[in-house]
Design a protein around this ligand. Structure first.
Ligand code: SF4
Length: 204
């Protein structure tokens, strides 16, 4: 069973890829095989047609949002998002991407936000640290310290494109670091949120 589409709380989630440009110390993939009973390691990535065929069978009205978020960085599958996003909008769904904010580097483009703005309502960017060095220390991006500034640029571009943008951190990074992150998020114009760290004892 390939879990491309799964329910979590009051929303529907799309698991398009297991690829990621980061290797975060706190990544859920290091300690779990899925989320809320759904196993999320993929044997192969779905095409847009496969995801749309699955969504075609579903009533989307009961879900608060449809979220591009699985066991990997969704924008590694940007070409799939570019087809599934407009389809979701045509079905009247509210859409969100949870991302590490490195799409411009991953996809070698200047402004991902301009591409996704017509069909993505909200973006949640994992900020995670208050400096490029600290970010690289815990997130281990394949792009090195360049990833941090690219992520901040992405967030600014999302705000400018009119996407409801939130930057988030996990609560285990300490009060001072959280304050630095809150200030950085403010500078981009994004909202700021502190997320609870997922522990091994939480249900998979
Ligand atoms: S960016 Fe997300 S998916 Fe990628 S390693 Fe970090 S926590 Fe995991």
């Amino acid at each position: 069973m390939q879990n491309y589409v799964y329910e979590f709380e009051d929303s529907l989630y799309l698991n398009l890829t297991n690829r990621c440009s980061n290797d975060c110390d706190f990544c859920i993939r290091n300690i779990k095989t899925g989320v809320s009973g759904h196993k999320l390691w993929l044997i192969e990535e779905p095409s847009a047609a496969t995801v749309i065929a699955e969504l075609d069978k579903m009533d989307l009205a009961p879900y608060k949002e449809v979220v591009f978020c699985g066991f990997g960085e969704p924008t590694c599958a940007l070409s799939v998002i570019e087809e599934v996003g407009p389809y979701l909008k045509s079905r009247g769904a509210r859409t969100r991407i949870n991302t590490n904010g490195q799409s411009n580097l991953i996809n070698e483009i200047e402004n991902t936000a301009e591409i996704i703005a017509p069909y993505i309502d909200a973006v949640s960017v994992s900020l995670n640290a208050g400096s490029a060095e600290k970010y690289q220390e815990i997130c281990h991006s394949e792009f090195g310290t360049e990833a941090f500034n690219a992520m901040l640029t992405f967030a600014r571009q999302c705000v400018a494109a009119g996407i409801n943008t939130t930057m988030s951190v996990v609560d285990c990074i300490g009060e001072e670091e959280i304050e630095r992150c809150a200030e950085l998020a403010k500078q981009t114009g994004a909202h700021f949120r502190v997320r609870k760290t997922i522990k091994e004892s939480d249900r998979y």
